[in-house]
Design a protein around this ligand. Structure first.
Ligand code: GLN
Length: 497
């Protein structure tokens, strides 16, 4: 049975479909892994053993009845900001700690319909604000490759679950990098589709113009498979895009012949240190070896990405999180009158980072400062998107690092700004709505650590070019197989830095 947890999602789906193994057996193998390692890894906030077993049995019955299910028996880990009927959906926050979803998000519903089996709901930075998972108010998640390090964030739980073989495919939301960065930290593929491709219905909103659901998986093929199932128009989400989805998983390319790949001048890796600089150099050479022509492109306004994002995302979150007032959802802390009840509830329910963002956002949207901050940020956003358009006139895809460092130790980044910098390479794509993914691209030995840690190569494509994006990443993965070099280290917890 042990080998079952080593199989990719695509392999599991094939095996369950052919009858080589049952969905129930696959589920039991993963539940056993959760029981064995999750007290140390902490990927899950809620374990769904009973639901997983009943779902698996139903999948087995459907397969026996002749249904063709693209994700037959594939165990999935679901970020705790995606609704699933009857399960706790906390957003990693005290304010929703005991809140139970009354309905299922469109993305999860499509996965279940395709035969996936939910193993549990995973930890995250509170309301998806953060890059290490340390902002969760409800638990600590550790990096499966070095338990003294963070898994990345905000989708740290799903990334760690897949890295630790506690699920075959994880799901999360990416607002400014929250799928790609934890993917890179945990040696898994992290894929953010084009904004509007996957319905946000039932995803608890952080910044609605940026949030996008996507998969984290051990292979590009698995991400493609999950994308094919989830993507597509949904009348329940007014920003969902009504445009046919080209299936991707069936024929992923294996070379890059004829493709021009842009290296962004402003994203030079020299400043990241010799070891990391060499690693990306090698990755770019591998792209050439696969037949790509490397071209120099420029994104002159990308440097404004962080400043732009940290006005737009807080502005949107200050509005979205206004609904958590002690009246309709989750926590209520009583007060002398309703006003005091609001104050007490929000003071007790939100953590420091969430409060900081609400304050910044409220300030940026206030009448005296709206033009100076929010409107300006929107203009900068347009310029960043235009830079990408110009770059894509010269190349088919862009590549760059997914994060500027490998996973760091707990409490290593105490001032918010150093944490915000983690998303330097991922935020511009989010502001432009572009599809992008991170794929394992090698290992480094950071700051005297005991274990080698993975790094991620980010690919970015023009809007709606998911097939090209996934195909190129698949070609790179097939040549390099960096994700297989080292195994997770799930032994005793080492020092908590
Ligand atoms: N780290 C970024 C933030 O804190 C991105 C988070 C995300 O993508 N959800 O906002």
């Amino acid at each position: 049975m042990a080998d079952i947890i080593e199989r990719s999602g695509a392999q599991i789906a094939r095996d369950v479909t052919s009858g080589a193994v049952s969905a129930r057996e696959v589920t039991e193998a993963h539940l056993a892994q959760v029981d064995a390692v999750d007290d140390r890894v902490g990927a899950y906030l809620t374990r769904l053993h009973d639901l997983a077993r009943t779902t698996a049995d139903r999948v087995d019955a459907r397969v026996k009845a002749g249904e063709k299910l693209p994700l037959a028996g594939v165990p999935i880990a679901v970020k705790d900001n995606m609704c699933l009927t009857g399960t706790r959906t906390t957003c990693g926050s005290k304010i929703l700690e005991h809140w139970v979803s009354p309905y299922t998000s469109t993305a999860v519903a499509r996965l279940l319909e395709a035969g996936a089996v939910p193993i549990g709901k995973t930890n995250m930075d509170e309301f998806a604000m953060g890059s290490s998972c340390e902002n969760s108010a409800l638990g600590v998640t550790r990096n499966p490759f070095d338990l003294s390090r963070v898994p990345g964030g905000s989708t740290g739980g799903s990334a760690a679950a897949v890295g630790a073989r506690e699920a075959a495919i994880g799901f999360g939301s990416d607002t400014g990098g929250s799928i790609r960065e934890p993917g890179a930290f945990c040696n898994v593929v992290g894929f953010k589709p084009t904004y509007g491709r996957v319905s946000r219905y039932g995803l608890i909103a952080f910044a609605s113009s940026l949030d996008q659901i996507g998969p984290l998986s051990r292979t590009v093929e698995d991400s493609a498979l999950a994308y094919d199932v989830m993507a597509g128009f949904d009348t329940m989400d007014s920003t969902s895009i009504d445009r046919p989805v080209e299936p991707t998983a069936g024929d992923l390319r294996t070379d890059l012949t004829g493709l021009k790949i842009g290296l962004v001048r402003e994203f030079d890796t020299k400043g990241l240190g010799a070891e990391i600089d060499d690693l990306y150099d090698r990755a770019y050479h591998d792209l050439q070896a696969l037949g790509a022509e490397l071209v120099d492109v420029s994104l002159p306004t990308a440097d404004y990405g962080l400043a732009t994002y940290y006005l737009i995302a807080p502005a949107e979150c200050s509005s979205n999180l206004a609904r958590f007032d002690g009246v309709r959802y989750g926590l209520r802390v009583d007060g002398a009158d309703v006003r005091e009840m609001y104050d007490n509830t929000r003071a007790a329910g939100f953590g420091p980072e969430v409060k900081r963002r609400i304050l910044i956002g409220t300030y940026a949207l206030s009448s005296g400062y709206y033009d100076a901050y929010y409107v300006r940020a929107q203009k900068a956003r347009t310029l960043i998107a235009r830079d990408f358009q110009k770059a894509f006139a010269q190349c088919d895809l862009i590549v760059c690092p997914a994060a500027s460092s490998p996973a760091f130790r707990f409490n290593a980044k105490t001032d918010p700004y150093s944490m915000y910098l983690m998303d330097y390479y991922t935020i511009p794509m989010s502001l432009a709505g572009l599809p992008a993914l991170s794929v394992p691209c090698g290992w480094v030995k950071p700051d005297g650590g005991e274990f080698p840690m993975p790094m991620g190569l980010q690919f970015c494509a023009p809007l709606f070019q998911e097939k090209l994006l996934l195909g190129a990443a698949h070609a790179y993965e097939t040549l390099t197989r960096h994700e297989t070099t080292h195994r997770p280290n799930l032994g005793e917890v080492t020092a908590r830095g």
